[in-house]
Design a protein around this ligand. Sequence first.
Ligand SMILES: Nc1ncnc2c1ncn2[C@@H]1O[C@H](COP(=O)(O)OP(=O)(O)O)[C@@H](O)[C@H]1O
Ligand SMILES: [Mg+2]
Length: 226
Amino acid sequence: MVVLEAQSISKSYVAGSRSISVLDHVSLSVAEGEFLVVQGESGSGKSTLLSILSGLDTVDEGRVLIEGRDITNLGEDELAPVRNSSFGFVFQSYHLVPSLTALENVMFPAELRGDRQAREKAEGLLMRVGLSDRAGSFPHQLSGGEKQRCAICRALINGPRIIFADEPTGNLDSVNGKAVLDLLLELRREKSTTLVMVTHSRSIAAKAGRVVTLRDGRVETGNFDV
Ligand SMILES: Nc1ncnc2c1ncn2[C@@H]1O[C@H](COP(=O)(O)OP(=O)(O)O)[C@@H](O)[C@H]1O
Ligand SMILES: [Mg+2]
């Protein structure tokens, strides 16, 4: 089953008097449970593509379908709940809320939807990733690897159908990067969650079910070279 579909999407940004085409009629289907890696040179539009697929950004042309539902023209009021309940996000720079503890960061998306088990779920996830003893710590008190494990717990708390990860290991050393990747893959396997990941890592790409490369606004498939 196709869970995510981009149909001929185009996106340009205006820079001064010029318009820069980032995505040029890109089409892409992602199957349920798939681990898809998106690669491409810096500036090739990987983050833009992920933002559009996850409803964080809009297209100029084309359509985006989530589980067959066209989200292209949904307003923020309709999109926000879809994002919060169906998607998990993991970013290179973690995006944790500095004023909240690790536990509170993880609980946050569940609290947004009024989940009374938010705390128990968050505690369970933190235990799962070996961060129970850091639950009361604030992000600035955590190492990069700990922050990313915490961000992964936050991404998972609502039981997302799709996880979007934009260079999740980009700020980590190889040991922590591997731990974070293994964790994502393990959690994905358990729940058959779809994983769409932007990464420059060849070793990660080698573990993906499919690799697509963005180049000149287009998608090339089956090419491991950046
Ligand atoms: N909000 C924005 N405003 C203007 N230009 C942008 C914006 N976001 C991205 N771009 C431009 O779009 C291109 C693709 O960016 P991005 O999707 O971040 O690439 P990647 O993630 O592959 O490095 C770059 O040239 C970038 O400068
Ligand atoms: Mg990027």
